[in-house]
Design a protein around this ligand. Sequence first.
Ligand SMILES: NC(=O)C1=CN([C@@H]2O[C@H](COP(=O)(O)OP(=O)(O)OC[C@H]3O[C@@H](n4cnc5c(N)ncnc54)[C@H](O)[C@@H]3O)[C@@H](O)[C@H]2O)C=CC1
Ligand SMILES: O=C(O)[C@@H]1CCC=N1
Length: 266
Amino acid sequence: MKIAIIGTGNLGKSIAKGLITNNAITSLYLTKRNLDGIQEFDGYKNVFLTTDNTEAVKQSDIIIFAVQPAHFEQILNDIMPELTEKHVLISTITGFLIPKIEDIVGADKFIIRAMPNTAIAVGKSMTCLCSNEQGAKRIKIAEAIFNRLGHSLSIPESQMQAATVVCASGVAFWMRLIRATTQAAIQLGFDAKEAQELAMYTSEGAASLLITNGNHPEEEIDRVTTPKGCTIEGLNEMEHKGLSSSLIQGMIASFNKISNIKKEQI
Ligand SMILES: NC(=O)C1=CN([C@@H]2O[C@H](COP(=O)(O)OP(=O)(O)OC[C@H]3O[C@@H](n4cnc5c(N)ncnc54)[C@H](O)[C@@H]3O)[C@@H](O)[C@H]2O)C=CC1
Ligand SMILES: O=C(O)[C@@H]1CCC=N1
């Protein structure tokens, strides 16, 4: 696959790492206004670094956009003359809706929105996808890319805002939970490195149980909570202090912020 990433920042670099590590490219063009920050990709076979978005578009079939929302419209206008019927446009940009993209490039283009997360760098992204009517004809291509770099789910565009919070911001939320459990482990006597090891692999194991068994989390909790034991004591104390409630409220706040980002663009 001939892929270009327009805007190789935090997410773009993560996607590039995932694509390169998983041999998912025929060629890969990475663009950025200043190439200093992406020199780590220099020298990889069939990977090209450039500040020229139109050149990257001309040389590629699949164009993944990973710029900040405020920069997207101008970039679409700039590359518009180079777009042909071969191009599949994949936007990872938060809050930038398909009708707005169609207004700029035309509804006849294959337009897909993808919401991956930074775990794409290690082939573990949960990526949600949606498309315009034309893009539905190419959604299999997007699924092939993102399934190779984790797991994907096609959803209506109306759910993309929620998917952004749960999956994309979700990495940051989970990191805080892992950091907090690490801090507790240190207080309980482990050194910092061991504490993080315990927290990371325990959270991986918990998620793997659900993925492998398909159970509800409470079923797995029931297997751990010995009556009158230490687990239920700890869990109930966490809930008295608002663990579930604060997570839910934080995610709703995050969701509401995306609506404001959209308004800021208008
Ligand atoms: N960071 C994340 O975990 C996720 C981010 N997103 C979305 O992805 C987009 C990018 O986010 P980040 O990577 O965090 O931002 P970032 O600021 O790290 O990366 C954006 C990159 O675009 C480059 N850029 C700006 N104008 C350009 C132009 N005209 N031509 C080429 N490159 C240009 C910037 O130099 C920068 O390196 C945002 O719209 C964000 O909402 C979506 C899912 C996850
Ligand atoms: O924080 C943000 O706005 C972007 C979107 C999801 C992850 N990073």
